[in-house]
Design a protein around this ligand. Structure first.
Ligand SMILES: [Cu+2]
Length: 136
């Protein structure tokens, strides 16, 4: 198999070059260390897959009152309850209804419905803890 042999040869060559680069780069070692510090990517609404969302309850209020979702995409929302009383995340259009005990976290997964504007709320404090989910 001549092709496989060639591929391995190329890989060995690349490894050799990388090793040489590491050994000889003492002068700019600091620069290459700094280059490896990459900022983590924040995922908002994307295409397929499972998209992570965050929502925090504090002082009987949500820290976020609007979400933008993509119709048909799956989402996992992590609700953090920083209060000493129970809260709840209800998003009826997505069939989500999740209680969150005092000072605990809970995750709830749902699929974004058809495009439109939908309410979400805490069913225990519906007038104080509500927001809008916009699906496009
Ligand atoms: Cu609540």
């Amino acid at each position: 198999m001549p092709r496989r042999g060639m591929v391995i040869g190329v890989l060995v060559g690349v490894l050799a070059l990388a090793a040489a680069g590491c050994g000889g780069g003492d002068d700019n070692g600091g620069a290459s260390a700094a280059a490896t510090t990459a900022a983590p990517a924040t995922t908002a609404a994307g295409g397929g897959g499972d998209n992570e969302l965050q929502l925090t309850a504090s002082g009987t209020a949500w820290d976020t009152t609007s979400f933008d979702l993509k119709a048909g995409s799956s989402y996992t929302l992590e609700v953090t309850n920083q209060d000493s009383l129970e809260h709840n995340f209800t998003f009826a259009a997505g069939d989500a209804n999740q209680d969150v005990e005092a000072n605990e976290d809970a995750k709830v997964s749902f699929t974004a419905p058809a495009a439109g504007s939908y309410p979400f709320l805490c069913k225990y404090h519906p007038s104080a803890m509500k927001g809008t989910i916009t699906v496009t």
